[in-house]
Design a protein around this ligand. Structure first.
Ligand code: NAP
Length: 497
C-alpha cells in the first residue's frame, strides 16, 4: 500500500509548490466546495507509488447540485455574445501558455509522462481554446429559397444545452479542453468528471477558466471515486442534453446504453488498435523515427498509439533492429527528470496487463528483440520492448497494449495487409509509410479508420477532426466539425407572400 508522504524526501520544493497551488475541493457551479460527505480521494505519483494529494470526492448529491447550476446558467450563457465567449477562451489559452511549465509538472506528477511531453500536452490542450475562440464567432445558419419558389428556408444553430464530460487519465488536460473549448464557444454549460487518477490538471484548469471570466455555473469539475454513482443519475436527468465521453470501449458502450433513455446527444471517443504499416518502398530511417513517436508518445498510453506493426517481409528485419536500437537508448525513469524519455505506466494493473500480453505473444512464437522482462521495483515501469515475428493470431495484435511494446508482424502484399488491419473491431488511427503516391492514395481510402498518418507518426492537431469508426466510437473533436457536436440546427419555414 502506498502512503501519504506529501512532504517526504521524494518531492522537491518545486513539486510541492505546484501541488500546493492547486485547489483540492470540487469546482461546483463556479465555487470551490467540499464534497457533501466530506470525503476525499488520493492521487498517486505512478513513478514512485506515493500519494501526492487528496482531493474532494464528489457524491451523487454534488452532481445534482452541479447540474442545477448548469441548468440555471444555460439561458444567459447561450445569450452571451459569441465574441465574449471566444475572448474567455482566448484569455484561458494565453494563461495556459504562460503556465505551461507548471501545468506540465503537475501533469507529470499525477500521470508519469516525461516533462517534455507534458509541456507538449499543455500547449496542445491550450490550442483547443485558441481554435474554438476563433470558431465561437463563426457559428452561422443558412437562408434559402425552397424549390417551389414560395417558401424561404431559414436555419439557425443553437447550443444543445447542459453537457456532461467524462475524461480519461492518459491526457489529463487535452481530453478536457477539446470538449470544454467547443462547448464554451457554442454556449453550452457543462460538468466535467475527470479520471480519478489524474484530477489535479483539470482542477488547475477550472481556476484558469474562472480567472479568464467564465461565469459561475457554466463549468463544474467533479472528481470522484464513484463514477457510476455520480454520472448515472445525471445521464438519466432530462435536463442534461449531451454526453461526451473519452475512454475505453467497454465503458463507452455502457454509457451509450444509459444515454438511450433520454435520447441524449452523444459523442464517444474510445479505444484504438492502430496499425503501423511499412511498405518495402518506404524510407526506413524516417519510418523508424516516426515509429518512435507513434509508439512511445505518452509512454505508449495513447488511443492513437501504434499498437501493431505490419512491416513488409523484405524490410522487417532491418526495421526491427533499428527500432530496437533506438528503444535500448531510451532513458527510462521518473518523468520530472528532464533527461527522462519514457516514464512509468499509470498503475500496477497496467504493468500486469502489458506483461501478460508480451508473455502470451512469446508463447505464440514471437521473438524478443529487446526488453520483455517486467520490472517489479519502485513505481510502475515496463521496459521498452520490441517483438519480432508475431503471428497474426496473437492477442497482442488485437488488444490495446497501452504500453511501450512494439509487436512486429510481416506481410507480403498490399491486399494481405489491408485485409489484416481492417479485420480489427477498432478503427481510430493508422499509419502508412510508402514513397508511392498511387499506393498511398489507395491505402488511405481503403483503411477502415477515422484517421491516417501518411508518412507521419503523430496525428493530433486542434485544427483537425479527431475521432474513429467502429468500436473506436463516433463524433469528432477539433477542426470545423468539433463545434457541431455542441450545436442543434433549428429550421424556420418562412412564408413569403
Ligand atoms: P476508462 O476506464 O473507460 O475511464 C475513462 C473515464 O470513465 C474515467 O473518468 C473513469 O473514471 C470513467 N468511468 C469508468 N467507469 C465508469 C462508469 N461505469 N460510469 C461513468 N464513468 C466511468 O478508460 P481509461 O482507462 O481511463 O482510459 C484509457 C482508454 O481511453 C483507452 O481505451 C484509450 O484508448 C481511450 N482513449 C480514447 C481516446 C480517443 O480520443 N478515442 C483518447 C484517449 C483515451 P475513473 O477514473 O474513476 O475510472
Amino acid at each position: 500500500m502506498s502512503q501519504a508522504r506529501p512532504d517526504g524526501p521524494q518531492l522537491t520544493p518545486a513539486e510541492l509548490a505546484v501541488l500546493g497551488d492547486v485547489h483540492k475541493d470540487l469546482f461546483l457551479g463556479g465555487r470551490w466546495t467540499k464534497a457533501s460527505n466530506g470525503a476525499t480521494l488520493s492521487v498517486e505519483d505512478p513513478a514512485i507509488g506515493v500519494v501526492i494529494a487528496e482531493v474532494a470526492d464528489a457524491t451523487a448529491a454534488d452532481g445534482t447540485r452541479a447540474l442545477d447550476a448548469a441548468v440555471a446558467a444555460q439561458v444567459d450563457w447561450a445569450r452571451t455574445p459569441p465574441r465574449e465567449r471566444g475572448e474567455i477562451l482566448r484569455r484561458a489559452y494565453e494563461v495556459m501558455v504562460d503556465k505551461a511549465d507548471q501545468l506540465a509538472l503537475l501533469m507529470t506528477l499525477e500521470m508519469g509522462k516525461p516533462l517534455s511531453e507534458s509541456r507538449s500536452e499543455a500547449l496542445y490542450a491550450a490550442e483547443f481554446f485558441r481554435w474554438f475562440s476563433e470558431e465561437a464567432v463563426r457559428i452561422a445558419g443558412t437562408w434559402a429559397t425552397a424549390p417551389d419558389g414560395q417558401t424561404r428556408l431559414w436555419t439557425m444553430k443553437q447550443p444543445v444545452g447542459p453537457c456532461l464530460f467524462i475524461t480519461p487519465w492518459n491526457f489529463p488536460l487535452a481530453m478536457g479542453t477539446r470538449k470544454i473549448g467547443p462547448a464554451v464557444a457554442a454556449g453550452c454549460t457543462m460538468i466535467v468528471k475527470p479520471a480519478a487518477q489524474t484530477p489535479l490538471s483539470m482542477l488547475a484548469l477550472a481556476q484558469i477558466l474562472a480567472d479568464a471570466g467564465l461565469p459561475e455555473g457554466v463549468l463544474s469539475v467533479l472528481p470522484t471515486s464513484s463514477p457510476q454513482q455520480l454520472t448515472a443519475p445525471l445521464i438519466a436527468d432530462p435536463r442534461l442534453r449531451k454526453l461526451s465521453f473519452t475512454g475505453s470501449t467497454a465503458v463507452g458502450k455502457k454509457l451509450v446504453e444509459q444515454s438511450a433513455h433520454q435520447l441524449l446527444r452523444v459523442s464517444v471517443e474510445l479505444g484504438g488498435n492502430a496499425p503501423f504499416i511499412v511498405f518495402d518502398d518506404a524510407d526506413l530511417d524516417h519510418a523508424v523515427d516516426e515509429a518512435m513517436k507513434a509508439k512511445l508518445r505518452n509512454n505508449g498510453e495513447a488511443c492513437t498509439a501504434a499498437n501493431r506493426f505490419y512491416v513488409h517481409e523484405a524490410v522487417a528485419r532491418p526495421f526491427a533492429d533499428r527500432l530496437a536500437e533506438r528503444f535500448r537508448a531510451l532513458v527510462v525513469g521518473r518523468g520530472v527528470d528532464e533527461s527522462v524519455m519514457l516514464g512509468p505506466l499509470i498503475d500496477r494493473a497496467a504493468v500486469s496487463k502489458v506483461a501478460g500480453l508480451v508473455d502470451r505473444a512469446i508463447q505464440d512464437g514471437a521473438s524478443v528483440v529487446t526488453g520483455g522482462t517486467r520490472d517489479d521495483g519502485v513505481g510502475y515501469f515496463y521496459p521498452p520492448t520490441v517483438l519480432a515475428d508475431v503471428p497474426s493470431h496473437s492477442i497482442i495484435l488485437r488488444e490495446e497494449i497501452f504500453g511501450p511494446v512494439a509487436p512486429i508482424a510481416t506481410f507480403a502484399t498490399e491486399e494481405d495487409v489491408l485485409a489484416e488491419v481492417n479485420s480489427s473491431e477498432y478503427g481510430l488511427a493508422s499509419y502508412v509509410f510508402t514513397r508511392s503516391l498511387d499506393r498511398a492514395l489507395r491505402v488511405c481510402e481503403r483503411l477502415d479508420v477515422g484517421m491516417v498518418g501518411l508518412n507521419r507518426g503523430v496525428l493530433s492537431n486542434a485544427a483537425a477532426p479527431f475521432g474513429g469508426v467502429k468500436a473506436s466510437g463516433f463524433g469528432r473533436e477539433g477542426g470545423r466539425e468539433g463545434i457541431e457536436e455542441y450545436l442543434d440546427t433549428k429550421y424556420v419555414s418562412v412564408n413569403v407572400s
